[in-house]
Design a binder for this molecule. Structure first.
Ligand SMILES: Nc1nc2c(ncn2[C@@H]2O[C@H](COP(=O)(O)OP(=O)(O)OP(=O)(O)O)[C@@H](O)[C@H]2O)c(=O)[nH]1
Ligand SMILES: [Mg+2]
Ligand SMILES: [Zn+2]
Ligand SMILES: [Zn+2]
Length: 403
């Protein structure tokens, strides 16, 4: 979307739109050359939007297109740019490189937090190597929160994470990562797409509390997040589908049976209503935003699939999206939906979305123990990157191999 004031930029923390010029700066709080200094104070905007109540030097308006500005109060130069809506510090490349906001959605206990943690962990390790990409937290808070609240409990303490709650405001901020591909060798040994040097993409992952989808109060926030999202990754729990639940491998840990609100078809319907509620849409128009419909916890259902199922062959290990493999998995899930008593899901998807695809993943690779800990064999993710690669490919951020 372009206006007279330039392209709209979406803040990766609050998902509000603004023009680049409107970006504010935060004073460094250091003594300026002529001896003046701005004292730290509580930033009410930041506090109300993010819950952060520490004292910080003040923010000021200046030309946000520039990378530095002079504080009008103390005369010191600052390079710290902040979002005009929430006052969060913006990542270094913000506005200069593409940001892609990927919103995770799904009902309570569908596996969103575990999926996101395993995906980012994989991107930081094996998967990053395979993609010749590097991922790192774009700000101190993301780095700290990801390591201490997500990675450590799951990987070091083998604990499955507590349900994400609406209560802790801070937990509700998206995690923002810088995803860098290319570099000196380019993508696949050649620079891609047609340009040399590294390509940075800012990725913002919003991990909502499943309980949100039900509370009226957070609907407005969800609508904003979905409106700004470049891609939506919707996690659905097959174990909340009657037909699939009875096929689960014996000994699998089953989620508490939900109400009809937790049924994947209802969840897809609710999300679709929210996307339809976002502004600027003509009625009857198909939704063009890419939607990855991801069935989580596939480890408990793999045993039920024929040997020849694409979900049983070793996944492709390539630094691009393999369109053929992705299509085969899509068709296989479509077939399974009938078996799982979920044909309604495909009807809703076909009716509303121009660009959607099914995925089957397992973040853990195995059912957790009855007391909900990671199995002694450790975390062995299965196809967790597929929805991410597909979404990035739809946004033109990574190459696609066809045929
Ligand atoms: N079998 C299996 N179970 C999983 C997997 N991932 C998650 N689970 C189970 O699902 C539960 C919920 O996972 P979470 O990632 O916390 O779910 P969530 O969607 O973030 O839930 P809320 O935060 O309440 O919205 C876990 O405690 C596990 O018991 C998986 O890959 N395989
Ligand atoms: Mg969660
Ligand atoms: Zn100042
Ligand atoms: Zn913001």
């Amino acid at each position: 979307m372009r206006s007279a004031s330039g392209p709209r930029l979406y803040c990766p923390y609050c998902y509000e739109a603004s023009a680049e010029q409107q970006i504010r700066f935060r004073c460094t709080g250091r003594i300026s050359r002529d001896g003046r200094r701005c004292d730290p104070e509580i930033d009410e905007v930041l506090r109300s939007r993010t819950g952060f109540s520490g004292a910080l030097p003040p923010t000021f308006a200046a030309n946000g297109r520039l990378t530095s500005a002079i504080c009008p109060r103390c005369g010191a130069e600052s390079t710290t740019r902040v979002c005009p809506a929430c006052h969060s510090q913006l990542p270094v490349h913000f506005g200069k490189v593409r940001s892609r906001l990927i919103v995770l959605a799904g009902a309570k206990e569908s596996g969103k937090t575990v999926f996101m943690t395993v995906l980012v962990h994989e991107l930081m390790h094996q998967l990053g190597e395979r993609l010749r990409a590097a991922i790192s937290g774009a700000d101190d808070s993301t780095r700290h929160r990801f390591a201490s609240e997500y990675e450590k409990p799951l990987y070091r303490e083998s604990q499955l994470l507590a349900p994400t709650t609406t209560a802790g405001m801070r937990n509700r901020l998206p995690l923002v990562f810088r995803f860098t591909t290319g570099g000196r060798d380019g993508w696949l040994g050649r620079s891609w797409p047609g340009r040399g040097g590294p390509q940075h993409t800012l990725l913002s992952f919003f991990d909502p509390a499943g309980e949100d989808l039900r509370s009226q109060q957070s609907v407005e926030q969800n609508v904003r997040y979905l409106a700004a999202a470049d891609g939506i990754v919707l996690l659905l729990d097959p174990l909340q589908m009657r037909g699939a639940r009875q096929l689960a491998a014996p000994g699998s840990r089953l989620p508490t049976p939900g109400t009809t609100d937790d049924e994947p078809a209802t969840v897809l319907e609710n999300i679709t209503d929210l996307v339809l509620a976002t502004a600027g849409r003509k009625p009857k128009e198909l939704i063009s935003k890419p939607l990855a419909i991801v069935f989580s916890k596939m480890d408990v259902l793999l045993h039920d699939l024929p040997e020849t199922s694409p979900l049983r062959r070793p996944p492709v290990q390539a630094p691009y999206l393999d369109e053929w493999d992705s299509q085969e998995v899509h068709t296989e899930i479509q077939r399974l939906l009938a078996r799982w008593e979920g044909s309604r899901i495909d009807q809703i998807a076909q009716l509303h979305y121009r660009n959607y695809r099914y995925f089957g993943v397992s973040a853990l690779g195995e059912t957790p123990t009855q007391d909900n800990r990671v199995s002694a064999r450790g975390i062995r993710p299965y196809r967790v990157a597929d929805p991410f690669l597909w979404t990035l490919a739809q946004l033109g951020a990574i190459p696609v191999k066809r045929g």
